[in-house]
Design a protein around this ligand. Structure first.
Ligand code: BEZ
Length: 265
């Protein structure tokens, strides 16, 4: 389901990062070789390919990859887990749009695999949910679960703070060129029942454990709790918060950042 701050000058191009298409930040060049990590059904891969780059879409779901291949004939796709995918050659860039927050097992392992897939100087550009993402939706859901005496549902996402993700990138061998954390309220055009639809789609695993007779009352309570913050005359608005970054793989053998009291001035 697609529910559907700055400017800066760099090898990535001069773009308004807030709300601008991520592909503009990536700035693919004709002939570049680029991985779309967590490609889903390949919409972002197609945008990259339209700029003349050679794209390889990777996703952990065989169903997604089958659909991506069917929808985008001529593009290359492969099934792979972002935590341990390997490539036989190096790439100019790795990009990821709206997928890194689903890769919860070990964010450092994902960054390490991206590093290994890039040539020195290669770019890692992405957008994921940032700290505070969907906070109203999540609090409404957790409160309702408690009201109905159910154990708190496990959240299947990783929404880092900018400081945390920048540290992971730097420690993973990248220089961070841009990192921004911005609210992006988004109309739930495909979810007329707002918070209830959102929970049905994205928390289906937790809903499956709820006694059937409690499902509708539980969803009704979530709607009541979330509506004051998220329901407008024009429809429901999801309280998305995006973390967007552009980083460059450091050259091989780059000196580690000096740290601590004995670092050179
Ligand atoms: C997101 O894109 O931020 C998102 C989508 C579904 C569930 C949670 C977060």
């Amino acid at each position: 389901m697609n529910w559907a701050v700055t400017t800066y000058d760099s090898p990535f191009g001069y773009v308004s990062a807030k709300g601008a298409p991520l592909v503009d930040l990536l700035d693919p060049q004709p002939g570049e070789r680029i991985i779309d990590l967590g490609c889903g059904t390949g919409a972002f891969s197609a945008e990259i390919a339209e700029r003349g780059a050679e794209v390889l879409g990777i996703d952990g779901s065989a169903e997604m990859i089958a659909q991506a291949a069917a929808l985008n004939p001529g593009l290359s796709f492969a099934i792979g887990d972002a935590h341990d995918f390997t490539t036989s050659e190096t790439f100019d860039a790795v990009a990821s749009n709206g997928a890194l927050h689903w890769m919860t097992a070990d964010p450092d392992a994902v960054i390490a695999q991206v590093h290994a897939a890039l040539r020195p100087g290669g770019r890692f550009v992405g957008e994921l949910g940032g700290a505070g993402n969907c906070a109203e939706l999540i609090v409404a859901m957790q409160t309702a679960w408690r009201v109905f005496g159910l154990g708190e549902p496990e959240l299947p996402w990783y929404f880092p703070t900018p400081a945390e993700y920048a540290t992971r990138l730097e420690e993973g061998g990248f220089t961070v060129r841009l990192l921004e954390h911005a609210e992006r309220p988004t109309l739930m055009t495909e979810g007329p029942n707002g918070a209830a639809d959102w929970v049905r789609v994205y928390m289906a695993h937790a809903l499956a454990d709820v006694p059937p007779e409690l499902v509708e009352p539980l969803l009704g309570r979530i709607v009541d709790l979330a509506a004051p913050a998220l329901r407008r005359e024009s429809g429901w608005v999801a309280d998305y918060v995006r973390l967007r970054f552009a980083a460059v793989r450091k050259p091989d053998g780059a000196a580690p950042m000096p740290v601590g009291p004995f670092a050179d001035p």
